[in-house]
Structures are given as structure tokens and as C-alpha cells.
Design a protein around this ligand. Structure first.
Ligand code: DOR
Ligand code: ZN
Length: 345
């Protein structure tokens, strides 16, 4: 197959940042995707509908002229989020989910939740208003091995939560383990998951190949080959519970290449192309469109797009760095080849 035309996809999990960083990266997402669920972990976090509205305007202002891209906003759940904030979010129309960060789990998660009981009132209101909960699924406790944090979270938080709030829609974001695939496959209706390109393409060896490679560090961290295979199986299975969410998370080069480097990989410049590689690796390019362009829209209750994008089988090389405001941004596969190209780029 030398070319592949798909209904326009959406990215159901992306970090667009703010200011000069936003201006540097949003074009990549808008070129490929019709919509994206935009993460709220700014500093300060997007905790209210009013903040989300202002952020939405900044995103729209940063788009290239003529871009047809719709940012779908999220609110950052804190222990002081009021149930009435969910009513405001629902009424606004541009807020499509509420993001749960366990406090300390990842970049800018310190304002997150330490005790789930403190957010039960908000979760109940979300359930009533059918507002999805988007979950960073890790228990960030220092006594729990970093490779086991997702598994611990499923048992201690997610399984009880999906039982307690039986009709709350839940997206288990960027799943990374075979156990998460199994949990989501067997969960009640209304539980889904996003899967990133890096977790489909790499296992944890990538972090340590010949030396320490900070650009392969993200959270949840890459796992074992057995996990990668389970994720690839889920993504290419045709099961509508699994859909595309890149978790593209740009950081300035110095913040990655450091004694304490930040978590996050920037994949937006080649997002759909990387998924095409992953699907092709198991001979399932025929399942890419549903994963990328149907299942997420259906889950969020939004229409599928009517236009298309085309990928061509033509290898290209991302640059070593992109501009990123005052600094530089090292993209995924910098200086290496990518097998598929988005037509027109
Ligand atoms: O690797 C990550 N980077 N994981 C996250 O959950 C957050 C993200 C970021 O914002 O940089
Ligand atoms: Zn993320």
C-alpha cells in the first residue's frame, strides 16, 4: 500500500502548552487533526471554565490562518473543585472532560488529588451531567516501583471508582500495560482508553539503548515488550474502547537533557504517521481509521469528520530541533526516518 486516505482523525489527549510554546507547536496538531482534547496542566492549572475559555481563545489566536481545528478543553480536578463548576463547564459547551491527576504523578500535577474521597461530590455531579473523567492512572508513591504504578492505580483507585460511579464515563489515559488493556476490555460500558504512539512503538529498552536517552522518558514510563504487544493488539483489535491520544508533551531541550529531565515526548509533528507505522508493523493499516477517526468521536458524542487526510508511503526525516519560543524542541525521531508522510507536508 503506497497511500492511505482516512477520515480526518482527532487527538484525544494532547499538551499544547501556552505562550510562545503554544505558538510553536499547535500548527502540527492542527495540520493532522480536526479536534484535540487539550490537557489543563498549565502553571497555574486550568481549574475553572473561565480559565478554560481564556485558554481556548489563546489557542485559537495561535492557530495558523485558515486552520480548521477545534480545541476541546478540559478542567484540572482539584480537591477544591466545586460541583457547580461542572455545571458551568457543561453549560459552556467547550469543556469536554475533567482531568484527574493524582498529586505528584507527573508534570504540573502538584495541584492534583491526594484523597479520592474529597472529590466524590464532584464525580457524582459529573455522572449526573454526563461529563467524562479523564484519568492519569498512576499511584505516584515512592514506595511503589515506577513500573508498577499503573497496576497499583487500577486496583486501588480505578476499579473501585468505576464501580462506585456506575454511569460516569471514564477515559483511562495513555495506558501502558497489558493489565490496563485487560482492565479496560472487561470494564463496564463507558470505560475507554487512549494509547500513545510511543507506547505502541517502543518498550523500556529505548530509554537505555547505549546510554540514558531522556527523549524516551515520559509518564507513564515505557514498559516491557509484553506490554507493548498487548497495547498494539488492543489498538489494532477494532475494539471501540481503545482510541488515539498522542500525549504529545513538548519540553524545551534543556529541560529534557538535564540531571533531572522532564517527562514527555513531542510527537505532534508526526503523530498520525507514527501510528501508521505501528499499525503497519502488524499488517493492520485497515484498522487505523476506526482507531484514529471514529471511536474517540463516538465516545465523546461528537460527529465524525467529513473530510479526509492522506498518508503516503514516503520516508522523511524530522529535523534535529524545532523552534520552541526562546529555546529548542527535540522531536520524536529527530534526525531519523519516519516511513509515512502526511500528503502536503
Ligand atoms: O510524560 C508526560 N508528560 N506525562 C504526563 O502525564 C504529563 C506530560 C507533560 O505535561 O509534560
Ligand atoms: Zn498527558
Amino acid at each position: 500500500m503506497n497511500s492511505l486516505t482516512l477520515r480526518r482523525p482527532d487527538d484525544w489527549h494532547v499538551h499544547l502548552r501556552d505562550g510562545a510554546a503554544l505558538a510553536a507547536v499547535v500548527k502540527f496538531t492542527a495540520q493532522r487533526f480536526g479536534r484535540a482534547i487539550v490537557m489543563p496542566n498549565l502553571k497555574p492549572a486550568i481549574t475553572t471554565t473561565a480559565l478554560a475559555q481564556a485558554y481556548r481563545e489563546r489557542i485559537m489566536a495561535a492557530l495558523p490562518k485558515g486552520a480548521r481545528f477545534e480545541p476541546l478543553l478540559t478542567l484540572y480536578l482539584t480537591e477544591s473543585t466545586a460541583p457547580a463548576e461542572i455545571d458551568r463547564a457543561r453549560a459552556a459547551g467547550f469543556v469536554h472532560g475533567i482531568k484527574l491527576y493524582p498529586a505528584g504523578a507527573t508534570t504540573h500535577s502538584d495541584a492534583g488529588v491526594t484523597d479520592m474521597a474529597k472529590v466524590h461530590g464532584v464525580l457524582a455531579r459529573m455522572e449526573e451531567l454526563d461529563m467524562p473523567l479523564l484519568v492519569h492512572g498512576e499511584t505516584p508513591r515512592p514506595d511503589i516501583d515506577v513500573f508498577d504504578r499503573e497496576t497499583h492505580f487500577i486496583d486501588s483507585v480505578l476499579a473501585p471508582l468505576t464501580e462506585r460511579f456506575r454511569s460516569l464515563r471514564v477515559v483511562f489515559e495513555h495506558i501502558t500495560t497489558a493489565g490496563a488493556v485487560e482492565f479496560v476490555s472487561k470494564a463496564r460500558a463507558g470505560v475507554a482508553a487512549t494509547i500513545t504512539p510511543q507506547h505502541l512503538l517502543h518498550n523500556r529498552n529505548a530509554i537505555f539503548a547505549g546510554g540514558i536517552r531522556p527523549h524516551y522518558y515520559c509518564l507513564p514510563i515505557l514498559k516491557r515488550e509484553h506490554d507493548r504487544e498487548a497495547l498494539l493488539g488492543a489498538a489494532t483489535s477494532g475494539n471501540a474502547r481503545f482510541f488515539l491520544g498522542t500525549d504529545s508533551a513538548p519540553h524545551e531541550r534543556a529541560a529534557k537533557e538535564s540531571a533531572c529531565g522532564c517527562a514527555g515526548m513531542f510527537t505532534a509533528h508526526a503523530a498520525i504517521e507514527l501510528y501508521a507505522e505501528a499499525f503497519e508493523s502488524v499488517g493492520r493499516l485497515d484498522r487505523l481509521e476506526a482507531f484514529a477517526s471514529h471511536f474517540g468521536a463516538d465516545f465523546y458524542g461528537l460527529p465524525r469528520h467529513n473530510d479526509t487526510i492522506t498518508l503516503v508511503k514516503e520516508s522523511w526525516m524530522p529535523p534535529r530541533v524545532y523552534d520552541f519560543g526562546a529555546g529548542a524542541l527535540v522531536p520524536f525521531r529527530a534526525g531519523e526516518s519516519i516511513a509515512w508522510r502526511l500528503a502536503g507536508t
